[in-house]
Structure formats: structure tokens, C-alpha cells
Write a protein that binds this ligand. Sequence first.
Ligand SMILES: C[S@@+](CC[C@H](N)C(=O)[O-])C[C@H]1O[C@@H](n2cnc3c(N)ncnc32)[C@H](O)[C@@H]1O
Length: 345
Amino acid sequence: MTWDEIDWAALDRLREGFLSGSAANGPYWRSRSDLASYDFTYGERIGWKWDAVLRELRLRRWMPPPGLLVDWGCGSGIAGRRALSTWGVDAFTGLRVWDHSPHACEFATQAAREAHPELKAAVYADDEPIGLLVLSHVLNELSPAAKVALGSVIERAAAVIWIEPGTSVVSRDLIGWRESLRLTHRIIAPCTHAAQCGLLAAGRERDWCHHFAPAPPGVYADSHWVRFGQRAGIDLRSLPYAHLVLAKNRTPLTSPELPTDAARIIGRPEHFKPYARVLSCDASGVNELTIPRRTCGALYKQLDRTKAPLIYQWQRSGLSVEGATALGEEFLHGRDDRAERRSPD
Ligand SMILES: C[S@@+](CC[C@H](N)C(=O)[O-])C[C@H]1O[C@@H](n2cnc3c(N)ncnc32)[C@H](O)[C@@H]1O
């Protein structure tokens, strides 16, 4: 597929379905060409969100459990392919895809085989046990019955990586899934803790758990992407997403655990002249913290520029930050190798 081959009319129709909510009325992929055009544009953009989450998991040295990789609600299969390029074909016993659209199942299987000729790829057959389940941008198309069916699929998976749009409604829905799964599963991301979600506390109704992925460099200056962004009504600089990464309690730990005082910043830090303000989530709840520019100048700047996951151990006095260590600086490493590493960019 090239930009010249894009079926813009099909993308317009798909967009209309996503925005109006009619995408939830049943299968909407009409042809392979619909999926190819989606995969090259919307799908690729979703892939950038996967890149951000998978980058964090790699940084944390998390490995998926062995077994089948299953992409449910696969569409063009971008989620499964991103997982395969992160961990390699050998990390899984094969790929299974599922979508209520047969066009999608066919496209996703074929695209994965083209990218990885040695891969055993097929359509998911009910009841197969799952190593890693990947779910992407599917939640707001599911009926209550489909959500129940998805619950049984999750039940069969040793681990789940789930990425959704970063809207308040979908993110709150994902929090509901987190709450119902947190006793049977270890929560790997985005939460640094297993306590009840702090955004369910009284007074936090207007907040939602979302983060921003960086777009690849050069996208803003690429006339094709700029045209796509304009036609789709998408700001290419902003890639908000909500996510949930879980592993069943009985799945062996595959990565070092985060320190118990690790915190994640929700949304984007806000910068004012004398200080930055962040919404910080940790085991004690969600708190608005202030980072004074005068005493924490380097951190103030880092928070404005970094593309790394916003996970920190704070040194704080009340709600004011006095210092911080970022994930990747010292977390998970001994102090000895600290000098050799740059802070994440
Ligand atoms: C917005 S697309 C996302 C596709 C892909 N996961 C991605 O991230 O690019 C949503 C996908 O969910 C599928 N879907 C919606 N309801 C479904 C259901 N009840 N069972 C299986 N797939 C479903 C749609 O056919 C579509 O392929």
C-alpha cells in the first residue's frame, strides 16, 4: 500500500462510523481495500500508541508468558503485529486473530504472515488457552453481550495488553474492567499499585486515566500525514490513549516489580512560569503535585520534553516535589550502573 493507493472514500466512511457510533451496529469492513487503507493510516497511528506501551514494558524488562498470542477485535491486526515485532515470533506458539468481520480476520492473518513468514497464524478457535491477549480500540463497539464474551476470553489469557482511545468515557470503562480483574490479576500498567483506582475517589469524577504517545519524528512535516490528519480531523501531535496491562496472579513474574512508592503521572504535566503541576497516581491515591522551577529546574524541563513513560519516585514535602528519580534512571537498576545511563529522552 502507498499513499497513492489509499481509498479516501472508504476512510471517510469508516471515520463517520467511528464518530457517529454506528460502528457498534455490526461488522463494517466491506473489503480488503478498506482494511489496507485503515492499516496504513488509522491503524499505523494506533501502532504508535502500541509502540509507547511496548517500549515501557521493554524498559521494565517485562516478557509475555509463553503460549498463543491472540488479537481479539483485530481489525487489520496492528496490535498482534506490534507484539510480534517487539518480542519475536519465537516468544509465542503462534498468532490467532478474532474479529466478528471475516474480512478483518483474513486481512490480519495474511498481513501477519507477510511480515513473519515463519509464523503460524490462524483464526482463533473458542476455548484455546491464551498466553498473551492483545486488545485495541474495541471497547466502544461492544454490546453488553459482546463484553460478556470478551470477559471469557480474558479469563482464558495468562496476560493481557489492552489499549484504548484516551477519552474519559472509554478510560472510565477500562477502570471498571481493572476493578473487576484486580483481585485475580497483577496489574502491570498503567498503575504502579494494586489498590483501588484512585480516580474512583470522591472529587476525582472529572479526571480520567490517560497518557500520550509520541508520534514518530518527521510525521508533522510529511505532507501525506498532514493531509490525512486534516481529512480525518485528527491532531497528529496528540496521541492520547488509555491502557491496561495485566497478568494472572498465578503467572510467574517476568519482570522486576516497581518500587512500592513508584507513581505515574496521569495526562500531561502542566507548565506555568514558576512551577509545573502534575496529577500523580500511586498506592496512596491521586494527588496534584507541584514541581517548583527554582528548586527542581532539571525535572521541570524534563517533564516538558521527555517522551519516556512518566513514572517517578518522588521525594516530596506534602504536595510539593523536592526531587525525583525517573523509571529507567535508577528503578530496576543498581546504583553502580547509573552513571553510564543517560536519563530517558
Ligand atoms: C476500531 S477497530 C480496531 C481494530 C484494531 N484492533 C486496531 O486497533 O486497529 C474495532 C474492531 O473491533 C471489531 N469488533 C467490534 N465488535 C466486535 C465483536 N463483538 N466481536 C469481535 N470483534 C468486534 C470490529 O470489527 C473492528 O475490527
